[in-house]
Ligand binder design. Structure first.
Ligand code: ATP
Ligand code: MG
Length: 404
């Protein structure tokens, strides 16, 4: 066993540390990093070398694909980017981060031009699907190939004709539904598992098709897309979006992504109060397994939304009440469970052909750093049990009198 300790003294060597004997030894940097990679991406060679040495760019070999994975962004190359080696080199860029507005009225005017395209923001997990070595492969956000999504996406929608005609495009979308392994949310029109496409991007450059071209192309291949609420003039957009958010929230839907119709200016997201509370409720079920920034950010969103909507005292009271309930109920419930000697764990339901496939998915989750095991398998349904270890440990320590 060897791990890179990520220190270098010259531009062509780096150190490995043997994990059994603890000795460091010097080894040449792979020539691909020095010679080939700078030709493929527009990043200064020293930055690529440094990222490789620090472990932010890693060799990846899983699910039949060999690649170079960007664990963190380097220059203009997004985290989650994959440089896949096969019949030819394919560059699947990471999905760009979408920034959030807290105040629609000033933000939209400053950020966009005269019109915006408003789409529904679906609450699931981000997936990029592309043709690699003539196979349809699904990547999750960090650039990991997900065996479950790779298997399920083609069962949900037929992408074969699309990829025959457009092998250079990447389908970016959200896997959604009540039975998905990462983010479960019920949508009446989707049920257990569904897919909604929100972007079509070019391999290599990550250039997105305009909203109009994307819709046209998706419709011509009968591929499912996110709801499109129309093009809005910039002056009427904030008010219309606030109305939309209110309706979406009442239907327990997440929010909107506001886009430049040409997809040149980067999009912005805005979400409903129900979405904020839903996420708080989930996170406070496992309070010690989430960073504090996660909680803080959702509370801040509520404050600005109430302000922008110019809410009355009664409306603010009602908002405060829901926010408090989303925090306290789940947390107290978890404390009670742990007091009864139960664990803070979560059961994930997936459909699998056999136990081996379920085990394979649990292994994939463990590779991502999640503590997960197959709890049961019965007639095609596997329950994967995910442990929220810090929550269990910290709460049981406090229950025994440990100090905070
Ligand atoms: P990010 O780094 O993009 O902010 P995040 O995990 O914080 O990621 P979200 O707050 O859910 O994510 O918001 C961005 C995500 O929303 C996108 O990565 C994408 O998966 C999802 N999404 C859902 N609907 C859309 C849409 N219509 N257009 C773009 N993204 C969408
Ligand atoms: Mg999301």
């Amino acid at each position: 066993m060897q791990t890179c300790v990520g220190k270098t003294n010259s531009h062509k060597t780096f150190f490995f540390k043997c994990t059994s004997c603890n000795q460091s030894y010097e080894t040449p940097l792979p020539s691909f990093i020095i010679e080939e990679l700078p030709k493929l991406v527009d990043v200064e060679p020293y930055k690529l070398r440094r990222s490789f040495e620090n472990g932010n760019i890693k060799f990846y070999n899983n699910h039949g694909i060999k690649a170079l994975q960007f664990r963190k962004s380097v220059g203009n190359i997004e985290a989650g980017s994959m440089i896949c080696f096969g019949d030819k080199i394919e560059i699947i860029r990471g999905f760009p981060k979408i920034r959030r507005t807290l105040m629609l009225y000033p933000s939209l005017k400053i950020h966009f031009k005269d019109e915006v395209a408003v789409e529904e923001k679906m609450n699931g997990y981000n997936v990029r699907i592309a043709l690699i070595n003539s196979k349809i492969i699904a990547f999750t956000r960090g650039g990991f190939i997900c065996p479950y999504t790779t298997k399920k996406a083609p069962e949900i929608m037929d992408m074969s004709a699309f990829f025959i005609d457009h092998p250079e495009l990447v389908i970016c979308g959200e896997m959604v539904g009540s039975e998905n392994p990462y983010v479960t949310h019920s949508y009446r029109e989707i049920g257990k598992l569904g897919f909604r496409i929100f972007d079509l991007r070019e391999k290599g450059s990550n250039k997105a098709l305009s909203v109009k071209d994307k819709i046209k192309l998706l419709e011509s291949y009968n591929l499912p897309r996110v709801n499109f609420f129309g093009l809005l003039k910039i002056d009427e957009a904030p008010e219309r979006i606030l109305e939309l958010i209110h309706q979406l929230g009442n239907e327990d839907r997440e929010g909107v992504v506001i886009k430049d119709p040409a997809m040149i200016i980067e999009p912005i997201k805005y979400t409903s109060s129900q979405a904020h509370n839903g996420e708080l409720e989930y996170a406070f079920t496992y309070p010690f397994d989430f960073g504090r920034a996660f909680f803080f950010s959702r509370v801040i969103r509520e404050g600005f939304q109430a302000y922008e909507l110019n809410e009355t005292e009664d409306e603010i009271s009602s908002r405060a009440h829901k926010l408090g309930e989303s925090i306290l109920f789940p947390m107290i419930n978890t404390i009670k469970e742990i007091a009864k000697d139960n664990h803070a764990s979560e059961d994930i339901l997936i459909h699998a052909d056999d136990l081996k496939e379920a085990e394979n998915f649990a292994r994939h989750l463990r590779d991502l750093g999640v503590v997960a095991t197959v709890h049961s398998f019965n007639e095609g349904k596997a329950i994967i049990r995910r442990e929220h270890q810090s929550t269990s440990d910290r709460i049981s320590n406090f229950l025994r009198g440990g100090l905070y």
